[in-house]
Structure formats: C-alpha cells, structure tokens
Design a protein around this ligand. Structure first.
Ligand SMILES: [Zn+2]
Length: 523
C-alpha cells in the first residue's frame, strides 16, 4: 500500500469521525417547559451549518431577494432535536416567534461523538395573556409535495408562535396544478387544528388581473367560508377565457349573502379597492402581504381621513416567508369570532415589534366621542427582540409624537405618555417608522430587519376621536381618491374587453357610484 493511499484512508476515517450528534433542547427560562422554536448553527467562519432532518425554515422561499438567504440559515426545531453537526467549535442560536429574546451558546465539539445543549428562551412579552391572538390572513403554498406541505403546516406556525392560519384557495389555469394547499378540505383543517392547537381555517383569493400578473380590478380574500364563491378568478387575463365584464364587487356581494366578509389584498394593488372600501363592502385590508405597491397613505390613511374604519391586517402570500401577521384582541376562540374582531379594527400588524395603544382607556377599533374639545391622554408601548428605533403616534396621517427605544437585556422597549389637544375630530394610531412596500419587497433598505431579512413594520388600526358626534373629514383625501378612481376607470375603458354595453356599464358603474359618493362631477 502506498503512503499516499494510507494518507487518503486516514483522511476518510477522520472525516467519518468528524461529526457529532448534537441534541438541542429549547426551554422557557421562566417555566422550564420545553418549547418548539427556530435554531441556527454556525461554524467558526460564521457559515450556517445545514441541519439534515430538520425542516428548512425557508422551504418554498426562492432566493429572489439578496436577503432571502437568511431564512434558509434557520431550521424548525420541535421540542427536542438531534442533528449531526461538525465536531468543531459552533455557535447555536434559537428563538421562538416574536415574544422571546435570542438565545445563544457556543460549544466546542472537537473530538466529541455525542453532545447536548439546552438553550433557555427568555420571554419578554405574552400576547395571549394580554388578550391577543395572532393570525396570517393571506397564505398559500405551491410546488411542494403534499407530505412537505403537511409537515410545514404542523411545524412552522408552532415554531413561529402563530395562533391562527387562514390558507386560501386560488385558481390560475395550468399553474394551479402546483398549488398544493388547494387540495385541503375543511375536515383536514379541523384535524390539523386539533393536532397542533393552531387554528386553521380556509380562504379564497377572488381576483381579476389584466394579463397573467398585471394589475386589474384587484384581489380580495374571503376567509372562513362554508364553500367556495364562484367564479374564483375573473377575466381572460387570469382565467384564459371570457371577458372583463364582471367586477370583483359581484363576488363580494355574492359572498355577503353567506355572511362572508371580503378583505382587500396587496395594499393598493388593483383598481376596485376604493369603490368597495367607500361603500363599506371591504372593511379590512392587507399590507406587506407580498404586494410591492402603495403605502400606508394610499392604502389606509385616505379612508381613515374620511372617517371610514379600515382595519389593518397582514399575511405572507406564498409560504410563511416572514413573521408578518396581525394581532387581534377580543377575538374569542373561533375563526368566525376572530374575524369579527379583526373587521372591527381591534388589531395591529407587525413582523417584529408588539404594540399597545391606549387612548383615554380605549384601544384600536374603538371610538371616543368627546362632548367638546379637550385634552386626552395617550399611553403607548412597543417591545421587540430587534431594535426598531422609534415609535410614532400618528394623527390623521401626521406624526405628532415619537419615543425612542431603549435596550433591556436582550430586547427593546419604547414607551410614550402624552396629552393630546383634540380641537378637531381625528383618528390616532401607533406605528414604527414606515417602510414602503417597495423597500419591504427589495429587502435592502438600511432599516431594522427581522431575522429573515425583512425590514420591520408595525402599525395599529385606528382609534377615532369624534367631537359631539362629528367624525374626521379631509377634503385633500377626497380629491386624491377622486383622481385615483377616475384614473382607474380610464385604464379599464382602455384595457378591458366587454361582450356588451351592459357588461361595460356593470363594471364602470362601480367606479361611477364611488365618484358620486365623493361628490365628484360626473363625466
Ligand atoms: Zn395570494
């Protein structure tokens, strides 16, 4: 045997022995109870170690954005996990959802065949005890096997500490053959709920596009339905057949007959948002749910400035790519009662900071009616694992007070206590400094980021402050909406294909009605 061959054999036997079976246990530092969570193991160079056998937290997430890579560094750890890792110096990090600090420990596994490590997770907040239930209201999976999808649904919401998950059906010719979540039945959602303790319920994305992915009339989400509202998709752009003669409104009105509510998707993407929000057919809207268009101003503030309550909600569209979620208070135990509280605006959205806003003792979704002008007291607080910089109190879309974060061990807190002079009717809300939908989707902004590389956002729904029954009303918002609705109607008349004058009138009538509600001169 040559010396060279002996050397190669020695190398081989060394590499066979160079891994270690590492048992990783996560526990709640205050109760000592085992916790599921997310873990990341890095070697001495800082490279993430692949953990065979555990679910890649980034499953289904393509590396379209530079920061998408970060989610693939994380793995879903059931209560106890045993993974094979290099027998070397490693760093293990872990956390659960949005309520625990990051735990970290360094281990030297050199020469070890077996080792175990326990990470204690410090919980800095308990949203459930504070009366909040979190949910993702826009979610579906594609291009995954049924077995992978089942495993993902069993493991990810628990590790992310997500309490309610609405998984929606959608149709697109050919492509929807790969939409694995379309296959689930209501009985399967119920079984999954019993097994995991997470509330699973159905949904449907009802939509119209011009072209396969172009902007069209828009998307709404129906949630917790007794059955599908048909047709699911509208127009030749997305269905490959027929014409553009049916507005989204028809499906919204059909759904309403079965007491199903519609929630707008993708912020300001789509033309029929304003007409349906102004007529109160849509009472909640998604932001940061995968759309790359719009802002708080165009998606929410213009309606709030007209005294229209529009609840904030959020989700992640394809797979749970971020912690984006909505927290709802007073939500009860069922999907129906949770949605009812959401639609009343008893909510805040976040992918990190946990918000609390009290105004004269009332919270988001509530109305304060003052008999006359006076001062009101505002108490606001936010806590988060990642430093979110500031909280901002917003009145009618304008920041009127800010408060910086301060570090407290492994998390950050911001507190605000102010008296606000109310001399006009208004709405108030709490947020962290806003990130645009574009910045959120690009993920490269120099902003505080989640562990998965998404810029942080957080915003409560509004508290309206009326004076003697008078509600806020802002003419600039009226003008902005009139311009948008008239612009949408013009594009539709250029792009849409109508089989008859009656079809054209049915679609344009939706916009004409909205314009007349706003007092716009008819044209
Ligand atoms: Zn979707």
């Amino acid at each position: 045997m040559t010396a060279l061959l002996l050397l190669a054999m020695a190398e081989n036997s060394h590499s066979a022995d160079s891994t270690c079976a590492l048992s990783i246990r996560l526990i709640d530092s205050s109760t000592g109870r085992d916790l599921p969570g997310l873990i990341c193991v890095r070697d001495e160079r800082g490279a993430a170690v692949k953990l065979e056998g555990l679910l890649d937290r980034g499953m289904g997430t393509a590396n379209r954005r530079k920061t998408d890579r970060k989610i693939h560094d994380w793995y879903v750890a059931p209560k106890k996990a045993v993974v094979r890792v290099p027998a070397a110096k490693l760093t293990v990090r872990a956390f659960r959802g949005l309520e625990t600090e990051m735990a970290e420990t360094c281990v030297d596994l050199t020469g070890r065949r077996w080792a175990s490590v326990t990470l204690k997770l410090n919980r800095f907040h308990e949203m459930r005890s504070a009366g909040y239930i979190s949910g993702n209201t826009h979610l579906h999976f594609k291009d995954a096997t049924r077995a992978d999808s089942d495993r993902y649904l069993r493991e990810v919401p628990i590790a992310d500490d997500l309490n309610a998950v609405f998984v929606s059906y959608l149709e697109r010719p050919e492509a929807d053959k790969g939409y694995v979540t379309n296959e689930y039945t209501d009985a399967e959602w119920a079984a999954l709920s019993r097994e995991t303790g997470v509330l699973f319920a159905n949904g449907e994305e009802h939509r119209h596009n011009f072209g396969e992915f172009d902007e069209g009339y828009g998307h709404v989400m129906f949630l917790n339905m007794p059955g599908l509202v048909r047709p699911v998709s509208l127009g030749p752009g997305i269905t490959g057949t027929g014409d553009d003669g049916v507005p989204i409104r028809q499906g919204i009105d059909d759904a309403a007959k079965s007491a199903i509510d519609a929630i707008w998707c993708h912020n300001s993407w789509g033309f029929e948002d304003a007409p349906n929000i102004l007529t109160r057919r849509v009472r909640a809207a998604h932001v940061f749910d995968g759309g790359s268009r719009g802002s708080y101003e165009t998606g929410f503030y213009r309606y709030l400035n007209l005294g229209i309550s529009l609840a904030f909600t959020s989700g992640t569209d394809w797979f749970i790519r971020d912690f984006a979620r909505v927290y709802v208070s007073g939500a009860g135990q069922t999907a129906g009662s949770w949605l009812k509280a959401l639609l009343l605006g008893k909510s805040f959205i976040t992918n990190g900071p946990l918000l609390d806003l009290r105004i004269d003792g009332k919270g988001p979704g509530e109305v304060i009616d003052l008999p006359s002008k006076r001062e009101i007291s505002v108490t606001a607080r936010a806590v988060g694992r990642v430093d979110f910089g500031l909280i901002e109190l917003v009145r009618n879309g304008v920041v009127i007070s800010t408060s910086p974060t301060r570090g407290q061990g492994g998390h950050f807190t911001a507190d605000m206590r102010v008296e606000v002079d109310i001399d006009e009717p208004c709405w108030l809300a709490l947020r962290i400094p806003p990130v645009s939908s574009e910045e959120y989707c690009d993920g490269e902004a120099a902003l505080p980021m989640s562990e998965f590389g998404w810029p942080l956002f957080a915003h409560t729904s509004a508290v309206f402050v009326d004076i003697d029954g008078r509600r806020v009303h802002d003419e600039a918002s009226v003008r902005g909406l009139i311009e948008d609705i008239a612009g949408a109607k013009k594009i539709i008349l250029e792009k849409a294909v109508f089989a008859s004058d009656a079809d054209r009138a049915r679609v344009t009538g939706v916009y004409d009605e909205a314009l007349s509600l706003l007092g716009a001169p008819m044209r």
